[in-house]
Design a protein around this ligand. Structure first.
Ligand SMILES: C[S@@+](CC[C@H](N)C(=O)[O-])C[C@H]1O[C@@H](n2cnc3c(N)ncnc32)[C@H](O)[C@@H]1O
Length: 298
């Protein structure tokens, strides 16, 4: 599909240059305008909302835009998996959810590990441009940005004569103050603890000696290690073969998929991710298969 990046399949990191990224593009108005104004520049939109993705894809198709792409993935993991350091010209964050309650601050897109990764992926001299109407969120972001020591920081208020989106025009006419924060990368950010997931080239099938213990693993939650949790929901029988429905949470990246267990002539079984499940091949997924193989074979 034109403009859609299936991040589980494509070659990574992306090789698009010059590239700018918008996180949480919503109705896509801002991103489409940029892509039309700068046909020589590539743009990537990152969104969690399927409806937003559908709408943007329709506009990409209708307008025949060949420089605009989108991916449906949490922004942190999109930057982690798809982009290399120093590869992005500008990162736009327009009115991200401020998560104003203290206990929700960890969901903020500008919390230290999130902003750290954006700063890594940004080209030196490039900018993160944030727009927000939420002063406490802005102050939080300023504090995090300062602590990373990577940026030249500039804060302005959005003026009515600037190019505005429909919502911005409405908010300004209602007398709201809209802030524009520019974080220009001048040096690499200070290291902060951050979640990591390692992709692997290939997943290897795992041997299972017998299936007698299969009922015991169903509906159980296995904590394989810090940041890796596996749950097998149920199993279907197909002759001597089995199909399992599994969920794996690796850090906060979750994948739901089917596991196929096939009886071999030797009498034992071979277990693999079902070819009908598309997964991101990760070290954690291989670990989970190996763990399950051992658990069943006991
Ligand atoms: C408040 S809306 C703003 C939409 C748009 N930028 C605008 O200015 O109207 C925030 C958007 O960010 C998206 N979003 C929130 N968290 C995200 C994440 N972790 N990764 C990607 N998109 C995210 C939401 O789905 C939503 O569309």
């Amino acid at each position: 599909m034109q403009g859609y990046l299936n991040y589980k399949r494509i070659e990574k990191p992306l090789r698009l240059w010059p590239l700018s990224v918008e996180i949480g593009f919503g109705n896509g108005e801002f991103l489409v305008r940029l892509a039309r104004e700068h046909p020589e520049h590539y743009f990537l939109g990152i969104e969690l909302s399927g409806i937003s993705i559908e709408k943007l894809l329709k506009r990409i198709r209708d307008l025949g835009l060949t420089n605009l792409f989108c991916v449906r993935l949490d922004a942190y993991w999109a930057f982690w998996f798809l982009l290399s350091d120093e590869s992005v010209e500008t990162i736009y964050l327009n009115y991200p959810d401020p998560w104003f309650k203290k206990r929700h601050h960890r969901r903020r897109l500008t919390r230290p590990d999130r902003l750290w990764l954006l700063a890594r992926r940004l080209r030196t001299g490039g900018e993160i441009r944030l727009r927000t109407d939420d002063r406490p969120f802005l102050d939080y972001t300023l504090e995090v940005a300062e602590s990373l020591g990577a940026f030249e920081i500039r804060l302005t208020e959005i003026r009515p004569e600037a190019p505005l989106t429909k919502y911005e025009a409405k908010w300004l006419s209602e007398g709201k103050t809209l802030y524009a924060l520019s974080l220009k990368k001048v040096r690499p950010p200070a290291e902060v603890p951050h979640p990591e997931i390692e992709e692997v080239k290939e997943l290897f099938p795992v041997r299972v000696a017998h299936l007698e213990r299969l009922p015991e693993v169903l509906q159980r939650v296995f904590r394989l290690r810090e940041g890796l949790v596996l749950k097998i929901f149920r199993a279907w029988e197909h002759g001597e073969d089995r199909l399992l429905e599994a969920l794996l949470a690796e850090e906060d990246y979750t994948q739901q998929f089917m596991i196929f267990i096939r009886k071999r002539r030797q009498g034992d079984y071979l277990m693999d991710v079902s070819p009908f499940s598309e997964v991101l091949k990760t070290r954690g997924l291989q670990e989970a298969l190996e763990f399950l193989g051992k658990e069943l074979s006991k």
